[in-house]
Design a binder for this molecule. Sequence first.
Ligand SMILES: [Fe+2]
Length: 367
Amino acid sequence: MKIELNQNKVYFNNGSVKKEIHPFWLRERVDGEEFLDKGTQQRLFDPTTLSSEISINTATINKQFLEIDFNDGIKSKLDIDKLALEFSNEDTVIRSIPKIKWNSTLENIKNFEYQDSFFDSKEMYDLLVSFYKYGFVIIKNIPTEDNFIVKFANSIGSVRRTNFGEYFDVKSKPDPNDLAYTSLELSPHTDNPYRNPVPCIQLLHCIISEVTGGLSTLVDGFTVTEDLKKENPDFYKILSEVKVRFKFIDKDVVLEDWSELIKLDDNKNFKQVRFSPRLDYVPMLDKEKLDLYYKARKKLSEMYNSEKYRIEFKLAPKDLMMMDNYRLLHGRTSYEVKEGNRFLQGCYIDYDSTEGKLRHLKRKFNI
Ligand SMILES: [Fe+2]
């Protein structure tokens, strides 16, 4: 990527394409100390109040700086490397971490160990990178006193409160308002598909585990839907086009949201899966379309529930699992209440927490 000049016009050239940079775009980036607060990196002027007739009187390149005199009398010296970072519209920190597809053969994934000063450590950076690669991570040795999960969540970012509270206790209880609070098997699902927006990340902390069952299960929705795209493109297409209604009813709230089971981004790449077959209602479409939809949903469910894609493991007391609720499905095997106690605590955080922490640690350790 190179900056080039021609008759007071500034161009960027990436080797194959040469484009003029709008003078206003450069004027907005003037960063002298009267224009940009050095601490917050926030503008000290409002570019919407500038004349839209901004142009360049003179422009020169001096080593790594682009020096410009604008027609409104402002002179600037812009760092070319800093400008170049903006030529890509992608979030280079998060998107540069490749998602690694996995299935039941996944092994040797690194667990992390909680220790003092954990949240601002290089270990925390590695943990977050691993989380974005695999969609989950397990941290051992997390204190189990005083709802420590809330402190943990708030040390990465901030807890995302839901109608289940700031955090929730997962143990079997009488008169449950969700199947999670029974000892029954829970087949793979994503949490809170009826919420807008859906909580991004679930934390689950094991406090007591005295039963032989109650294993945690995880499935990579990214792997499954990519396989479906290859094997049954018609099924993949309809599941990524039809929006269905998810609904949750409790004593004092009715939550509802519409989404595709496979949600794609603007570039038709994987963005999110929602799957909770006790809560989804497809609209009344043409019979032929519904015919295809039901076949597709059945196939997707069979894949999510297949041993080929599922990993199973037991969380021990002090283990905390952090999982991406937009990418993974989770569940558990049943357990026998009379064998003893099983007690986990859970809460949610959103992507701004993990992304903000990751960018901060990357800056801190100059990675
Ligand atoms: Fe769940």
